[in-house]
Design a protein around this ligand. Structure first.
Ligand code: SF4
Length: 143
């Protein structure tokens, strides 16, 4: 199965601070699935490194208060386009991110707090029928 994967989980240094978030459980899925790395924030036009961003009152803002919602929407739309083009049966996305977070995201206070909700990419993929799993549930795709 083709699986869209948050690129940072595969070891690519695309996080806001330029680091990766390599995840051994996700990497192990290369044995059974075709993993397609994608970073919606990069494809939305943002640079690396960049300011941390969180969702507040339905908008995505940087820590210094800049509204970057449109870039996040562009990245989400590109993720959906890629899923549709490649027939991805599932997307496996990094937890808590304002793009990739699935079920729980940072709460907009930049204090490490969490709240229920999805990042913009996770939400758009779900709305369009793509199964979205957080990286913490990667084991569900094993076997
Ligand atoms: Fe990783 Fe997603 Fe953040 Fe890109 S937007 S660095 S893929 S969590």
């Amino acid at each position: 199965m083709n699986v869209l994967v948050s690129a940072c989980l595969l070891g690519m240094g695309c996080r806001y601070d330029g680091n990766a978030k390599e995840n051994p459980e996700v990497l192990a899925l290369t044995q059974t699935h075709s993993l397609i790395p994608f970073c919606p924030e990069i494809y939305g036009g943002l640079a690396t490194p960049r300011e941390p961003c969180e969702i507040r009152d339905g908008r995505v803002v940087t820590q210094s208060g800049l509204d970057v919602t449109e870039a996040f929407r562009r990245g989400a739309a590109e993720a959906l386009r890629l899923c549709e083009t490649l027939g991805c049966g599932c997307a496996l996305l990094q937890d808590r991110s304002p793009s990739c977070g699935c079920g729980r995201i940072h709460d907009g206070t930049f204090t490490g707090g969490l709240t229920q909700g999805d990042g913009l990419t996770a939400a758009l993929l779900k709305e369009n029928g793509v199964r979205v799993l957080p990286a913490s549930r990667a084991a569900e795709l094993a076997g």
